[in-house]
Ligand binder design. Structure first.
Ligand code: BES
Ligand code: MN
Ligand code: ZN
Length: 488
């Protein structure tokens, strides 16, 4: 969808104006005639509640086919998530109304408010439609253009620049998650990441031979049954004034398809496992956001890209692998592969970059969905300060996080009879034992593990700015964490 700034509403477009609680009206609403508007809104029982929209006939003499009144709640504090929800729900209310052009009149509001509205419209109008043929493309929403009316378009554009970078990162992450697994396999994924060097990102791709010689045996084992070559991609954004400033590090699980391997999953719903690279997508999206807005931070993103397939050469249940850290792992279940990928990626990241903190993201366990449902991702951490900052950042970004415990007494569930640890801990506390497994590959660095199995994908739109499909969950929160606490 095309979104543009202007100083006046476009001719023939549907005009959107804002009304708040207790009969308050935006300047553009007042211009339509406050009394007439009040009277017609009363007929619809519209009270200016945030996120509600009401289509009303255009008042006499108004050169628009229709007017939409968007509810804004308390108009003196219309910002942040409430403004996002207004703009996002306005989009959904109008998209299939048959009109192809909407003008959202924000006359009298600030450039920052105009920018937030554009950000929300960008995220809300996202669609993954590249594989639709012409017949299905025709069923796309009629709404094709939104004009945002603002007093100072160039100030709005300047305020929007950093938000645009974040939206680009979120949308990239959504696209990656939604791509089918025959298209997005490790090599293709790595090549795609390489394409972001033009933003100033440094990209290194390690192939199987190199990974083998370095000792990434836990990662390599996961891809052993796949025809596709396993890759580890390292991205660096060096935006801090001091080029030697300690970086922040993000690590992602990038299983481009998870059949379960020899411990094969059942057929029902297996196609969902194309989004088992959601953690890596968030890492890539965040690095792209940071580079796009030239964040004053040094940041590292490391993603393990691998396909988990059954095959004559696949890893067996019972195999013992020696991870990069030297820890030996008894692979009891080849479907508990994400932790094997992260074991090596975490260790490598911590040893090579000595980061200020390390946050990993992974669609790691189905048990996380059982524990939290689809609206929360789980936070596991060895550091209260970092996890609290992260949870706080998430609140401002409409991404729900919930802290989970890491009780040492559950460690015995992942003890092995013949190796240092085993890769599953049984049914009880499945997400926690997975996190405890990861913790074995983390030394003294402040660390958070985000289990985003619940939130990486959504089959229904839950909030107006996150349409169904890949969500890009985590990009906004990680960007906000870094922006608020780690930029010079
Ligand atoms: N990728 C899955 C976890 C998952 C399941 C993510 C559903 C999103 C939706 C992971 O690799 C996996 O298979 N985990 C197993 C672990 C078990 C074998 C200990 C699981 O959750 O069943
Ligand atoms: Mn699995
Ligand atoms: Zn998996």
């Amino acid at each position: 969808m095309l979104i543009q700034w202007a100083q006046a509403p476009a001719a023939n477009s549907v005009l959107a104006v804002i009304a708040g609680e207790t009969d308050t009206f935006s300047p553009a609403a007042k211009k339509l005639g406050e009394d007439a508007l009040k009277a017609s809104l009363k007929l619809y029982n519209f009270t200016g509640t945030a996120g509600k929209n009401q289509l009303v006939p255009a008042p006499e003499g108004v050169a628009h086919p229709a007017v939409v009144v968007a509810g804004g709640g308390n108009l003196t504090t219309l910002e942040g998530l409430r403004l996002e929800s207004l703009a996002g729900s306005l989009y959904h209310a109008v998209k299939t109304s048959g009109f192809d052009h909407l003008s959202l009149d924000l006359t009298g509001f600030t450039a920052a408010q105009a920018a937030t509205a554009r950000y929300a419209l960008t995220l809300a109008s996202y669609r993954f439609d590249k594989y639709f043929g012409p017949a299905k493309q025709d069923k796309a929403p009629a709404l094709k253009t939104v004009t945002i009316v603002t007093d100072n378009p160039s100030a709005a554009e300047a305020a929007f620049a950093p938000l645009k970078a974040v939206a680009d990162g979120v949308i990239l992450a959504r696209n990656l998650v939604s791509e089918p697994p025959n298209v997005l396999y490790p090599q293709a994924y790595a090549d795609l990441i390489r394409g972001y060097e033009n933003l100033g990102l440094k990209v290194e791709i390690l192939g199987e031979e190199e990974l083998k010689s370095l000792g990434f045996n836990a990662l390599i084992g996961v891809g052993q049954g796949s025809e596709r070559e396993t890759k580890l991609v390292v991205m660096q954004w060096n935006g801090a004034d001091d080029p030697h400033a300690q970086p922040v590090a993000l690590v992602g699980k990038g299983v481009t398809f998870d059949t379960g391997g020899i411990s094969i999953k059942s057929a029902e719903g297996m196609e969902d496992m194309k989004w088992d690279m959601g953690g890596s997508a968030t890492v890539v999206g965040t690095l792209v956001a940071l580079a796009g807005r030239k964040a004053k931070v040094n940041a590292v993103g490391v993603v393990g890209l691998v396909e988990n397939m059954p095959d004559g050469n696949a890893q067996r249940p019972g195999d013992v692998v020696k991870a990069l850290s030297g820890t030996t792992i008894e692979v009891i279940n080849t479907d508990a592969e994400g932790r094997l990928v992260l074991a090596d990626a975490l260790w490598y990241t911590q040893e090579r970059f000595k980061p200020q903190f390390m946050i990993d993201l992974a669609t790691l366990t189905g048990a996380m969905i059982i524990a939290l449902g689809m609206d929360y991702a789980g936070v596991f951490s060895n550091n209260d300060e970092l996890s609290e900052k992260l949870i706080e950042a998430a609140k401002g970004e409409n991404e729900n996080l919930w802290r989970m415990p890491l009780p040492t007494q559950y460690e015995k569930q992942i003890d092995s009879k013949i190796a240092d640890i085993r890769n599953i801990g049984g049914r009880p506390a499945g997400s926690i034992t997975a996190a405890l497994f990861l913790q074995r590959f983390v030394n003294n660095v402040p660390w958070v593990h985000l289990d985003i199995a619940p939130t990486a994908w959504t089959n229904e739109q839950r909030i107006p700015t996150v349409p169904e499909g890949g969500t890009g969950f985590g990009v906004r929160t990680l960007n906000a964490l870094i922006r608020d606490h780690y930029e010079a």
